[in-house]
Ligand binder design. Structure first.
Ligand code: ATP
Ligand code: MG
Length: 238
């Protein structure tokens, strides 16, 4: 299957004052659609930086990034923004929900930006919330939802526009083990049922058994790359 995200020899350093810290060094990877890929590694190893580069939020110092076959650096800022709006969804550690809006309204909001009318947005939002198991709670506000439910609202919001690329940065680290498991299983199911590319980064080793593929990152590089569910030891070409 053709890779939907490709990084070719990307490097990135941050300079603060006189100190230059290399965060990613000559890193290459290919991520496939219809599976949940997990990049795991210790805090500070560059996972969020990698996600920002693969999603086009940040430019690497060198190397190339392709998303859905497009080389991101070749797009104009407007085209890149359009690409992100149309094709990418994001889920973050802190949920980023609006306190005053119900679950249904949170999910409807981005659909409005995409030109959906109110009735169509309501229908789509309702069906996505149902898909993440929140049909009965869609009229509640964040304060009335558990952490795991809030994160599932955030997943529904990212999913509503049916993005081909879904990025999740530490989506479970604010959750207890049980809720973390529900959230990662939801992401896993979405990868398979929507044939979406789901790329999750986390330092939580408990997520490993819930992914299809685990890329272990350390010192700005991918150290190992393996399949989890199908054949635990089967190496993936990197
Ligand atoms: N904008 C920035 N300016 C300077 N340094 C940065 C910047 N962003 C990240 N860094 C540094 O780059 C390194 C990697 O950061 P990054 O956020 O990618 O790590 P991470 O693997 O996501 O960590 P965590 O698991 O704690 O989220 C860190 O040492 C961090 O301090
Ligand atoms: Mg991070």
């Amino acid at each position: 299957m053709a890779a939907s995200l490709v990084a070719e020899s990307i490097s990135k350093a941050f300079v603060t004052g006189k100190i230059r810290a290399e965060v990613l060094s000559d890193l290459s990877l290919q991520i496939l659609p219809a599976e949940l890929s997990l990049v795991s590694g210790p805090s500070g190893c560059g996972k969020s930086t990698l996600l920002a580069i693969l999603s086009g939020l940040l430019r690497p110092d060198s190397g190339r990034v392709f998303a859905l076959g497009e080389e991101l650096a070749r797009l104009s800022p407007d085209q890149r923004e359009r690409f992100r709006l149309q094709h990418t969804g994001f889920v973050f550690q802190g949920f980023n929900l609006f306190p005053a809006l119900s679950a249904l309204e949170q999910v409807m909001l981005p659909l409005g930006y995409l030109g959906f009318g109110n009735a169509a947005a309501r229908r789509r939002a309702g069906s996505v919330l149902e898909e993440v198991g929140l049909a009965a709670r869609m009229h509640l506000r964040p304060a009335e939802l558990s952490g795991g439910e809030k994160q599932r609202v955030a997943i529904a919001r990212a999913l509503a526009k049916e993005p081909q690329l879904l990025f999740a940065d530490e989506p479970t680290s604010a959750l207890d083990a049980a809720n973390g498991q529900i959230v990662i299983d939801t992401l896993h199911r979405i990868a398979h049922s929507h044939r979406a590319t789901v790329l999750c980064v986390s330092h939580d080793p408990r997520l490993i058994s819930h992914a299809d593929r685990v890329l272990a990152m350390e010192d700005g590089k991918i150290l190992s790359d393996r399949r989890v569910r199908t054949a635990a030891s089967e190496e993936v070409s990197s």
